[in-house]
Design a protein. Structure first.
Length: 496
């Protein structure tokens, strides 16, 4: 099937991406127990990335990259997506069953006969079709059923019999995926591209195998790993991609893990802690709102085993560390910076516990801190740094992430110093490259301003990349830069 069908599906996907969409009832063919469902909101993607406006540039770029027949077919689809008979105003879905063994692609149909003609042409007539009422079956050269097309839907799968396809296409709306709790969760959290991982619907055999894999090897010694693995197999997760003006966000929303997270996360991040981070040469910050007692209870069993091998001294150290960790209730923040941060990073750690308790723990352990470390703090907080501890507001980039103050977990990455380092590393590789190519690569490297990772709720995590250029949509910026790079590269190759 792969030899004949996958190139055709790839061409069809490109056709869909070059178009726009509106949701339709044909999606009822997705079964309620689907374990993985992917949806592409083609209308949103095409509009935001200005795919239609850049169609000619993309077509020429594809044609210039290679001269294979498949590449030329893709370029033709980009230029004339309506010729393929696909309903370009509807989304495309990819989904699998509860065993993960059978996968499907589902699309809406605009012209059934056009789809059949395209399938035959793209496969050099090795794919055959068979009419059966409103159904037209798609068969491989060895007569295996690859899919079916009706006046409304195209459904292509892997190794299914006709009964399986009929069951999906003829099931009622109330029996479909989007009528289930997982489907409703996916619709509620949909983005430009959305994936639902419905692990709760996996077959018992698949779940058992996954638990065995997660608890094998080194993982078997982690306290509570088996119970955690079993709980994971009962979760539903939505992963969505959202593209907005000046930023791209990847979000994970999970259902079924909030209770475990609640054990170690407490109040949201304290803005006062973040404001005490040194602003000068700030490269990255990680902050976590934590409950020290819960962390200690989760880790103590494994640490006790390790301490036993160290005798009385190990027990003494364990007690001292345990006393301190359990007092750390609040926002723990770590920042990295410094002029030569990539070679000699300067760290500052803020810990929500009195300095007096930290000093007691150090004395009990009996091991001095490194000479370059500076211990600071007061009756409420301890600081450990490898540069003089200073108070001050964080960088302008960090101020941009106001919502971090309402997060349980937060990480910030400043793009400017990272960009400078990357450009230096690229200088050697680009020394003989044409100037236009070097400029375009520099433009891509310089696109990121900063990134932030947030746990906004106890079951939702978002990763956002902020861009330096906010004048257009993030996808349009990336696409135009990539097209320019591709065109400069092909021009250079032709010149040689």
């Amino acid at each position: 099937m792969k030899k004949f069908l996958f190139p055709v599906l790839w061409v069809m996907m490109v056709a869909l991406v070059m178009s726009s969409c509106a949701k339709s009832a044909y999606k009822k063919a997705i079964p309620a127990d689907a374990a993985v469902v992917m949806e592409l909101d083609i209308k949103s993607i095409a509009k935001k990335a200005d795919l239609l406006g850049q169609k000619d540039a993309i077509t020429q770029l594809i044609k210039s990259l290679a001269e294979t027949e498949e590449d030329q077919q893709i370029a033709g689809v980009v230029a004339n997506p309506m010729d393929w008979g696909i309903d370009v105003f509807s989304p495309i879905y990819v989904f699998s069953d509860a065993t993960l063994e059978n996968g499907f692609v589902l699309a809406s149909v605009a012209d059934k006969e056009d789809i059949i003609d395209v399938l035959k042409q793209a496969s050099d007539n090795t794919i055959s079709t068979q009419d059966d009422g409103d159904y037209t079956w798609i068969n491989s050269p060895d007569s295996m059923v690859l899919g079916v097309v009706t006046g409304k839907a195209l459904l292509v799968g892997s190794g299914q019999d006709k009964a399986a396809y009929r069951k999906l296409l003829e099931q009622g709306k109330d029996d479909s995926f989007f009528a289930s709790e997982a489907g409703k969760m996916m619709e509620k959290n949909s983005g430009d591209a959305t994936v639902m991982l419905n692990m709760a619907s996996l077959s018992d055999e698949v779940k058992a195998k996954a638990v065995r894999e997660l608890t094998s090897g080194r993982g078997r010694n982690i306290p509570g790993i088996e119970e955690a693995a079993k709980n994971l197999m009962e979760t539903k997760m939505v992963l969505n991609l959202l593209c907005e003006k000046g930023k791209i966000s990847l979000n994970l929303i999970a259902d079924g893990i909030e209770e475990q997270t609640e054990q170690v996360l407490i109040d949201k991040i304290d803005p006062g802690t973040l404001e005490q981070l040194p602003a000068e040469q700030l490269v990255a910050v990680v902050a976590l709102s934590m409950e020290g007692k819960a962390y200690w209870e989760a880790a103590s069993e494994a640490l006790e085993t390790l301490a036993m091998t160290m005798g009385e001294q190990g027990e003494k150290m364990l007690n001292a560390i345990g006393q301190y960790v359990q007092a750390m209730d609040g926002t723990l923040a770590v920042s990295m910076g410094g002029k030569d941060w990539q070679y000699d990073p300067q760290l500052v750690i803020l810990m929500p516990a009195p300095k007096s308790e930290f000093d007691q723990a150090l004395n009990a352990i009996g091991a001095p801190m490194p000479k370059q470390a500076v211990i600071g703090g007061d009756d409420h907080m301890t600081s450990v740094s490898s540069m003089p501890y200073t108070y001050g507001a964080v960088s302008a980039g960090f101020d941009k992430a106001d919502n971090a103050k309402n997060a349980y977990l937060y990480a910030y990455l400043n793009g400017a110093p990272i960009r400078q380092m990357a450009l230096k590393e690229m200088e050697y590789d680009l020394r003989n490259a044409p100037a236009e190519i070097a400029n375009q690569i520099n433009g891509l490297v310089g696109l990121a301003d900063f990134a932030e990772l947030k746990m906004e709720e106890k079951n939702a995590v978002s990763l956002t990349l902020w861009l330096t250029d906010e004048s257009d949509n993030a996808l349009a910026i990336l696409l135009s830069r990539c097209i320019a790079l591709g065109q400069s590269y092909t021009s250079a190759m032709h010149a040689e």
